[in-house]
Design a protein around this ligand. Sequence first.
Ligand code: ATP
Length: 512
Amino acid sequence: MSNHSQFKKIISHAKEYGYIFPSSEIYEGLSAVYDYGQQGVLLKNNIKEYWWKSMVQLNENIVGLDSAILMHPTTWKASGHVDAFNDPLIDNKDSNKRYRADVLVEDYVAKLEHKIEKELNKASKRFGESFDKKQFLSTSHRVIEYKKKSELIISRLSKSLENEDFDDVRKLIEELEIRCPISGTKNWSDVKQFNLMFGTKIGASAESTTELYLRPETAQGIFVNYLNVQKTSRMKIPFGIAQIGKAFRNEIIARQFIFRMREFEQMEMQFFIPPGTQKIWYKQWKEKRLNWHLSLGLGDDNYRFHDHEKLAHYADAACDIEFKFPFGFKELEGIHSRTDFDLSNHEKFSGKKLKYFDTEKNESYTPFVLETSIGLDRMFLAILSNSLKEETLNDGSQRTVLSIPAILAPIKVAVLPLVNKDGLPEIAINIFNKLKLDFNSSYDHKDAIGRRYRRQDALGTPFCITVDHQTLVDQTITVRYRDTMNQERISLKDVSKKIQSEVSFKNWIKKV
Ligand code: ATP
């Protein structure tokens, strides 16, 4: 299956099984806004819990916060968002479609990377077992040419964006002969800046209204509360504040499903550190965050770091953890060394001191900040896209399975009576009523057992408990495992313990 059709399959599966619906669908939907259905909300909550526990519960020097979406408008002047939270946009005059100029260029570079991958595949087929990937990458003329070209393009784009030289960005698009995917022409407008913040108003009468913004990131809620939290929690630096919440960005191009949304959720942690120690913490948090991702078992090769060449106005080092989505490697999480940019600016704009008195050093300073910021919806998409599989079984039949890591699966266990008679439903309901006290569970007695297994596979339920006639004799049931389809007969009294060990936070996080 091509990546494009795999992606379409993911979107339709997400809708069919109650994971994600387009927002206000009965009115034709709202572009780049989505609702999470009955399965989706459970998966989302489980991702949040996995993140929250590993940040707040496991680190005695990290505490939580839940700050408001609406903030004093000066916040966004201090943070630089009013002046600098812009994307460069360009219009195609024939299709009247609007694009992010930098994304057009990046997509061009992604095509070059794709060509390198193709060369690699071809060569590995040609040379078979004796293929030396490293040697090929450093000697193939074509690969070297593609690589050089990509690097030149990215470095020129970074420089032009940094210098706000938008004429050169346009020139670059023209030189690369990039065409509009809709009209197929190269008839481009000038490149202009576009601020991504959504404006709104607070107050009842025209005279008393104040212009506000819906927050474009959750981080600023942490910075303005930094001293409140530090004083009331009596935290000593280094310490962190974690927060999960909604953010809003009026993205120019909203596509790729929940990858780029206008209303989305972030899980951010700001770690406050002494000035000058940022390199050490940057390295540590990069490692910690990658390990957190790897603990979920979505495949080590699906992650890579991408170090930023063009740094945001607040950062002295930054990288992304990229994930291999069906449309290629893209940013899943950002790790940023934010210096003292935010706290210093809030001091300046508010006139309030946000300094920390370090009793060990006997001096006061504005702390530096190390940020880890992951998009909850992108994490959701990473899991969904990695989990959806079409399998051909030994008997030639097909099954659709959503192999979501058990710790995150929306419904952990389904209880199924083999037949809907002979006293089996009564026992099954009894088991279900016990299990639901500990786990999100479901009970299903409709259709033949095989069809019910398929339904639970497609929903992503990792375990099915089947009650059959033998249960009446010896108080045993079968546990069926979603991913292997293996079945195991165990005693009824061990069921809860069994599921618990498969979905316990302790067992998953110890892989970190
Ligand atoms: P991008 O370059 O893809 O626009 P970004 O670098 O602007 O992302 P950050 O400001 O670093 O993103 O935000 C942190 C995280 O928030 C990102 O790593 C991503 O997972 C998530 N995120 C950002 N914008 C969106 C969006 N429009 N929709 C969904 N998630 C988003």
